[in-house]
Design a protein around this ligand. Structure first.
Ligand code: DX5
Ligand code: ZN
Length: 221
């Protein structure tokens, strides 16, 4: 059963000096806020951590979907929860056996997602799909916003859709990277439920209008 498409703007493309203003401008129109945590080790960039998540928690009631592009997520789940995260997504490339992370997230009452980079096959996360709230298919190489959508990940979204539906699993499929008015529809057709969009929302002249246009496109599919 397909869920309605949900839009998750990525604050990586917002103005970090005016985060609350940027978020409040689009908050009534979106479903989720996507928060990219980078450690300068798993990816060659550093973004933000629990102190900023705490500030976000005070600024908005939106669901905080924290994408952990970090080498050692297990160590940080407790501080993510304390800061106000609702869900955490970890990379299978960082934790090839995510069982301890899934257990710790459950203990902390955090939703847990499993992410795969463009070269990583679906088979890497398949054994754990029944325990995940979310699977995140990266459609760019993680670390930076503003990159071009990698079309060759679409078959992985189709493959995940087939596995999730045929086993009646509840995991949502999130697609992250290069999502805009051109790439959202093929990702939806392939089976994605949640659409992360950084540059195409926060760098638009009118971010609220950009969200509305994205939703119109997604609802046409
Ligand atoms: C990339 C991040 C993405 C990024 C998406 O490492 O995980 O969430 O912010 O940004 P755009 O939409 O600009 O590709
Ligand atoms: Zn992300």
């Amino acid at each position: 059963m397909r869920t309605p498409p949900r839009i998750a703007p990525s604050i990586l493309a917002a103005d970090f000096g005016h985060l609350a203003d940027d978020i409040n401008r689009i908050a009534p129109l979106v479903d989720i806020l996507h928060v990219d945590v980078m450690d300068g080790h798993f990816v060659p960039n550093i973004s933000l951590g629990p102190p900023v998540i705490s500030s976000l928690r005070r600024a908005t009631d939106l669901y905080l979907d924290c994408h952990l592009m970090i080498t050692d997520p297990l160590t940080y789940l407790e501080s993510m929860k304390a800061a106000g995260a609702d869900g955490v997504t970890v990379h299978i490339e960082a934790v090839p056996d995510p069982t301890p992370v899934i257990a710790e997230a459950s203990r902390l009452d955090l939703d847990v997602g499993l992410a795969i980079n463009p070269p990583t096959p679906v088979s890497a996360i398949e054994p754990y799909l029944d325990q995940a709230h979310l699977v995140l298919v990266m459609s760019v190489h993680p670390g930076f916003g503003g990159q071009a959508f990698i079309e060759s990940v679409l078959p992985k979204i189709e493959e995940l859709r087939e596995i999730i539906d045929s086993h009646a699993l509840s995991a949502d499929i999130e697609v992250d990277g290069g999502i805009d008015l051109r790439t959202a529809s093929p990702a939806r057709e392939a089976g994605a439920d949640v659409f992360v969009a950084g540059t195409s929302v926060f760098r638009a002249d009118d971010p609220a209008a950009a969200v509305e246009e994205l939703r119109t496109i997604l609802n046409q599919g």
